[in-house]
Design a protein around this ligand. Sequence first.
Ligand code: NDP
Length: 419
Amino acid sequence: MNLTPFYKQNYEQRLAMLKEKLGLTDVDEALITGKTATLGNQTIENYLMDFSIPEGVAVNFKINGKEKVVPMATEEPSVIAAASNGAKIIAAGGGIQASTTERLMMGQVLMANVQKPVQLTQRLLQYKPEILQTANDAHPSIVKRGGGAKKIRVRKLAHQFISLDIFIDTKEAMGANMINAMLEAVAKLLKVKLGQTSLMAILSNLADECLATATCRIPVKVLTTKQLNGKEVAQRIVLASEAAQVDPYRAATHNKGIMNGIDVVVMASGNDWRAIESSVHAYAARDGHYRGLSCWQIENDFLIGNLTLPLPVGFVGGSIKLNQKAQLNHRILQVSTAKELEEVLVSVGLAQNLAALKALVSEGIQRGHMHLQAKSLLLSVGATTAELADAQAKLESAPVIDQQTARQILKELRGENNE
Ligand code: NDP
């Protein structure tokens, strides 16, 4: 299928081309064009349509003494319920305390095949004032805002690489574009002044000088389940957190549970969730071994939770300003700085992690999941809103919860089972 020169067409032309080439119907076209096309068309290349993801809100969050409603954009049932549940348990112990470090992002000018690494390192360090000045001259407005390039570091890497790391305070922005502009200017400086070529100049998403921490202290009695007392649940949560420290297979799923909550808020806030994903997972492997990001311990009769993550999000920049729903979500969250957004995100990660671990070490994750999954299954096989309540109750108590059973239950409810 040859669609060139596709990218040169306007929106209507692209749609007409796709319609013709792919045999799309008028119904397909109505679905595609049903929403306003303006924002997408201005934001990305070869825009076709808006792909919507449901947004809901998690409740029960108390962060640094303030109650928060947290918007979450997700297609996964149970994420919002679990976050709200985790937040409710933590609120019983007084809520979450969250804090952030200063927001320093890091960018690299990477040099390859360096024959004399010791000399080059010395020269780069001698050039520190010029390097910082050049970086700041490349984006002077961030300096006026009180930010800009603050410090450098030189790292000698394996295979004759040298990385010149520049740490930049990007204030309220995530800063990728401004950092990259600064780094490219520094790469030119190195060529002109030192005759040193570079392989590339780009930010690092491992923002380990832009950290957020959430802690909580939960009386163990609030963890009591039908089968286990609160102390037993707490002890099993501590063991689960230890398992994620020693086994990368467990750690990957442990951290996925944390990111279930964080990604969906990152998305609702208009930020780049791929950047946050790569940042967090790289941080999880910072000592060379991939580990769980949270830590749970028992002190007297309290379960103590702690989560520290790099969260290089922006409150401005990228497409955040253009995205009216992201702006609305900032208002729902009642945040007005990137640091406040970081505090919410790390708190959501802690609550989400608690909910997942508590379910896993007590009744198992499936019971809660399948309750919500049953509804999706019934809708996917054509249940109407009027049928849903009865059908869901029947499906949840069925020995097997799958599409076939969902179809069978609907047939029975509709009296279609007499053939
Ligand atoms: P922008 O390029 O949009 O830069 C931030 C903008 O916000 C600047 O124009 C700045 O204005 C303005 N601004 C207004 N108020 C403030 C304030 N208080 N503090 C800071 N800036 C302010 O976005 P970023 O540089 O943040 O880059 C983020 C984008 O880059 C995301 O869309 C991301 O997807 C993308 N990206 C990510 C990469 C990665 O993660 N590896 C790589 C490349 C791009 P002024 O110009 O006047 O300073």
